[in-house]
Every structure is written in C-alpha cells, then in structure tokens.
Design a protein around this ligand. Structure first.
Ligand code: EPS
Length: 358
C-alpha cells in the first residue's frame, strides 16, 4: 500500500478524524510527541477565543498497539471540545428547534461559491468544512508521518518570515538547532526584534478590526538526494509540495527556495555551483534552489515558502449580498482569529511531512 491520508470533520461538529495508511509496521509512536505538534498548532499571538476552549489531542483508535504501528490503517480522532456549545446547531440528527440560516457570504471564504456548487441555502453547510479547524486533523496525520521521517533522520522545522508589513531578515544559513526556541516566540519568528514588531503590528491592526496575513518558511534537514523524479509531472517533488501547501486554508502561494527573488537575477547568481572534495564529497556553497533540482531532492536542505492571506472572517465585515433577499448588507460575522500565520507554519510542516512520507 502506498502512503495516503484523508481527513473528515466539521469545525463545530463532534470532532475531526484522520486515517493514515501505508506506514510500515513496528514504527514507534509516542503520545506526547503527537500531542506536542497539536499544541504547537494552537500557539501564536493573534488567535481568537476558540483556542481557549480547545486543548487538542490525538486519540489513536486503530493501527497502533503498545506504542508501535501494526502496518494497518491508523485512525485518529481529534475531539472538538466546543461541540458541547453547538450540540443543537451541529447535531448529526434532526432537532426540534428551528436554527436560523446564515445567508451573508464572507468575501474570501468558500461561502458563496460553495453555496452555488452544493446547492445550499444555509452557508453553515459550507463554512463548517471549509474552516481551518480541519488543519487540526492534518497536523495529527502529519505528526504520525513525522515519526516515520524522524526514524530516518529527517527533521522538519518552520518559522514565520512576515506578518502583514513586518518582514524578518533573510536567513540562508539555518541549521536544525537554530529552530530550538522558535515555539517559545509569540509569533514563531527567529529574530527577536522582528518578532516584537510583528506582535505590535497584530495589536495595532486588531484594534482596527483588521485581520493579517503573512509568510512562513519550512525547512527540511537530512533528506537523501533523489526523492521525487524528473521523469513525470506528477512525480516532481516541487509540484507535489506546492499542491500540498496551497491546499491549506487561506494559503495563496507556495514557492521553493529563493523562487521569486531568483526570477530577477542573472543565471550566474541564481544557481548553486557544484563542488567535490575528498573530505566533503559532493557539496554546494549556496542553496538558491531550496534543495530541489529537476523535481528531485539534491541533498541540500529543502526550503518551501508560503504566503497566507488575511483571515476572511472580519470583525468589521466587508460588504456582501444576502443570498435570500439579494439585498446589500455586511458579511456574516463569527468569532475568529486576527492572524494565524504562526499556526499555519506548523500546518505547513505537517503537509510537508505527509508529502515526504509518501
Ligand atoms: C476558523 C474560525 C475560528 C478559528 C478556527 C478556524 O473558529 P471559531 O469560529 O470556532 O472561533 O479558531 O480554527 C480552529 C478552531 C482551530 O483549531 O484552528 C475558520 O473559520 O477557519
């Protein structure tokens, strides 16, 4: 069985589920390590009230015995603690009370197009699954995939490189140890001065009822050369990574290495020259390519970057149109986060683990 995973679950339903298939038998899994990733996804200055309700943990239901995988499908559950407050509104079965429908689609969300495509009159039937709550299940699956990669000596780390107008200085030279304190930083940024300015930016814009986007980078250390292939479009690892990253809610762009920068440089400054010595074997002195050439890992650290748009649920909603009355009004307003860039970086790690495990 080749590696695959899927998720199921709604934001305010009873819980989220993931099934991970295709890992070898005998792989050691540790409950605390899985839950550490779940907690890391909940961190970050700028999250909303929901994170005070949830303490996410992975409940393994199948495929693991006494801390080791069986080679059978692994099913894991992440409960939605908030469901107790939504029992009526999100009950799987008919209820007696009438629940008011949500009819004001939010610009930037799946609401409007989802309503057309799935022929719905209540936008909750779209937004519940479109919600980034689903990323909790991805991180659960990713933590299982990460255990497999760790056993092979592969380390996957991330850091936030921009929040709104505040950008972190470029770091070419990172090693896995450089990321050691990153989860203790309020925005998961490696540069303390930039971090303080990012926190300030969130505070200022949050007061103005704005939401904030940003960018992050995921780096992977310890990959052997030759993962992926140049022979077919669907085997090129850069394409697979970009698909996985762009599938994360609110992410609008993914790039490998110094992609957007390299586009404006002459070739002599864009590529990583090849060297060989007795002590080091094959090596490069730069890594503009982000560890991928010809759709294959080249033995250098992998670097994947992503851009995430500001959250589309606004505390001061944008203009919209009521889907029932066709009258202009403000978009639907729900409890929301101001920014999720630090958490999105953890989700990015998970998606990359899931691609690399495959
Ligand atoms: C989300 C809206 C907020 C976020 C949620 C994603 O949820 P709520 O509407 O319940 O306050 O907190 O993210 C999570 C619950 C999570 O675990 O990440 C959205 O609309 O995407």
């Amino acid at each position: 069985m080749s590696f695959r995973f899927t998720t199921a679950g709604e934001s305010h339903g009873p819980g989220l589920v993931t099934i991970v298939e295709g890992l070898p038998a005998g792989l050691e899994l540790d409950r605390e390590t899985l839950d550490r990733d779940m907690a890391r996804r909940q961190l970050g200055h700028g999250r909303g009230g929901r994170m005070k309700i949830e303490t996410d943990s992975v409940e393994i239901r199948t495929g693991v015995r006494h801390g080791r995988t069986l080679g059978s499908p692994i099913a894991a559950l992440v409960a939605n603690r908030d469901y107790k407050n939504w029992d009526e509104r999100m009950n799987p079965w008919p209820i007696e009370d009438e629940i008011p429908e949500i009819t004001l689609p939010r610009p930037g969300h799946a609401d409007l197009t989802g309503m057309w495509k799935y022929n719905q009159t209540d936008l909750r039937n779209i937004l519940e699954r479109a919600s980034a709550r689903e990323t909790a299940a991805r991180v659960a699956a990713g933590a299982i995939a990460r255990a497999f990669l760790s056993a092979l000596g592969v380390t996957v780390r991330s850091h936030v490189t921009r929040i709104a107008s505040v950008e972190a200085p470029e770091r070419g030279d990172l090693s896995p140890e450089d990321f050691d304190g990153v989860d203790d930083d309020p925005v998961r940024c490696l540069d303390p001065d930039t971090s303080a300015r990012m926190v300030e930016e969130i505070n200022v814009l949050r007061k103005k009822n704005e939401s904030l986007g940003g960018t992050f980078e995921v780096r992977v250390f310890g990959l052997v050369p030759g993962l992926g292939s140049h022979v077919s479009w669907e085997e090129r690892l850069d394409g697979r990574l970009a698909q996985a990253i762009c599938s994360i809610q609110s992410i609008k762009g993914a790039s490998v290495g110094e992609a957007w920068d390299v586009a404006s440089r002459p070739g002599s400054e864009a590529h990583d020259e090849i060297f060989w010595s007795e002590e080091r074997g094959w090596y490069r002195e730069t890594n503009h390519a982000g560890g991928l050439e010809g759709g294959m890992t080249n033995g250098q650290p992998l670097s994947v970057r992503a851009a995430i748009k500001p959250i589309s649920t606004m505390t001061k909603p944008l203009r919209s149109v009521d889907i029932k009355t066709k009258e202009s009004d403000k978009a639907h307003k729900e409890r929301t986060d101001s920014t999720v860039v630090p958490a999105a970086a953890v989700v990015g790690e998970a998606m990359i683990c899931l691609v690399l495990a495959g």
